[in-house]
Design a protein around this ligand. Sequence first.
Ligand code: GLA
Length: 696
Amino acid sequence: MELLRLDGERLTLVLALEESGAADLAYIGPRLPGDEDLAMIAAAGARGRHESQPDSPPRPGLFPERKGGWNGTPAVVLRRAGRRVETDLRIAAWERAERALAIRFADRLAGVEVLLRWRFGAGDVVTSAVTIANTGEAPLAVERCAALALPVPARFAEVTAFAGRWAAEMREHRRPIRPEGLHREGAAGKPGFDGAGWVLLHAGDETLGAHLAWSGDAWLTLDADPPGGADGRAQLVTGAALNPGEVVLAPGETFDTPEAVLALAPDRSALAQAFHAHVRAEVLPERATWGPRKVHLNSWEALGFDLSEPALIALAESAAALGAERFVLDDGWFGGRRSDRTSLGDWTVSPEVFPNGLAPLIARVHALGMDFGLWVEPEMVSPDSDLYRAHPDWCLHTPGRERPTMRGQLALDMARGEVRDYLFARLDALLRKHPIAYLKWDHNRDLFPAAPGQTEGFYALLDALRAAHPHVEIESCASGGGRIDFGVLQRTCRVWPSDNNDAIERLRIIPAWSQFLPLEVLGSHVGPSPNPITGRRLAMDFRAKVAMFGHMGVEADPARMTGRERETLAAHIALYKAWRPVLHSGDLHRLAHPDPAVTAMMVTHEGRALVLVAQTAFSSMFDAAPIRLAGLDPAARYRVRLPEPWPPRAQHYLADPDLWREGLVLSGAALMTHGLALPLTHPETAWLVALERLAP
Ligand code: GLA
């Protein structure tokens, strides 16, 4: 047996390449000492045969197959001439680099080869991808091919999966792994509000996160204790869901899975930081060159479909007065689109709304010092549209059957070249004609009936547009957070986490997404009060503080705010601008608090830190427990201030307001253990805490 050790910064993997031809994971965990004896690690984890196992116990390892009496979830399902191909893949060769390992498995008899690649990247995030080759003489149908198969150490006893719906994305559900395990599979043609592609495994605080970087349907299986006798370990297997007949390899052809990622960290804050490092360095397009994330004002919740040039110019003027830096014209600007029942596909400026075209509005937006962004939903078509009348066969449909709509619309078949060419021509013409800095790219219908090649077609269109217009920032939106994954983020700069702008809901939604995604990509808008989705009324101070933790924007009509509300909002926009270098480059820490209605998080960066503490319920205590901070240097001293404006009702309870203005000076050790007592008795109270490390 060959034992190979791969080290990240804080993590070690020990891989066992066995004489039997299997590859297994002998260790995954905190970095081991340099002189650790790997044979002893393998011996410490080895099991003798138990009564209910085949005589030579199978080792499913890094690429499980149905062979030798093992009958858990296999990494591949293949067929030739309609018959299941029973593979027996064994290591044929392997190659290791400092932080990567590639293993080639071959089965000559079955005519199949598999190349498995594991690599340590930024943040110690491990990526895994598979290429499968047909080395036989007849076509090979690939029904399933996992991108990652991970033998899960037995210390991981719980799993968090996510459920969700429109306006309530990413609800966490934590449960024991044993005895049933878990199976998730998407069928909507996109990852969905329930984050089907994200999962967390827990061993106490230690957390392992995994994800498939893919914007289409995915499957994920956690076998609790695969029958047939593995060795008590669970296994996590995930890959893109393929349609029947979608991948048929001619002799000599190959198929590549998307990448899966996994990360392991001592706690959930450290795991978030690991994923953020990966996303910043390896996922987001040219993240290092990004300027500050501009404050948006989006027209949707301000004007809806009630658009006109004068109304938009008035909105742009009030946006600029608040400090907005980008004005985004949402739905309703094109074709006959005066409601959501019509005109998707007709991507030309509506003469009805803009008798003078878009140019005067954009010129005014520029004169106000903002740049201009536009909403599009390219992959969709309304039955009532010129596009549909001209090409009724371009949508996903089953000939001879009804064409059921969702939000009054159908989905275009993105696998068709002429569809992509049409969309490219329309969007390219818009981007050439107008100085558009940003596109909000929406996707409001599930993809049914299912058809192959939709995600690849979407990526191809997006890639072609980005190549032609590299400076246009693109946001991924799908009725909110319906298409958020590391595949789409390789091509976009921002996601829309939810249509729900209610700050109380956002206090759950933002921490859920930020487990995987850094704040600078999470669109975070101050919405109207009452909120159009929940009906809740929340004070501007609370809404604005919550919106600062993300890529801040406004999605409400300032003309309908009071003067005091506008002042409060403008003050928070100014604070966001001052703090975004920290919020968007730093390390995110999730802070625990004994009151379940208190949400707190902070970002530390180069000696500065900003904390958000928010209370949503009426506290059972007048004096809520102090907030204990994280991520500070215990030995350093920090000046601690409460940036103003302060929450109007709660500020009266501050013991010594002048001292808080001037700043307390405390060590990192005191801040992380003793904490800060903040007035949090009232529901819907939020505080910001600003920290500056003092020179020693
Ligand atoms: C979707 C988006 C919203 C908005 C509307 C416009 O629902 O998620 O933010 O853009 O479409 O129709």
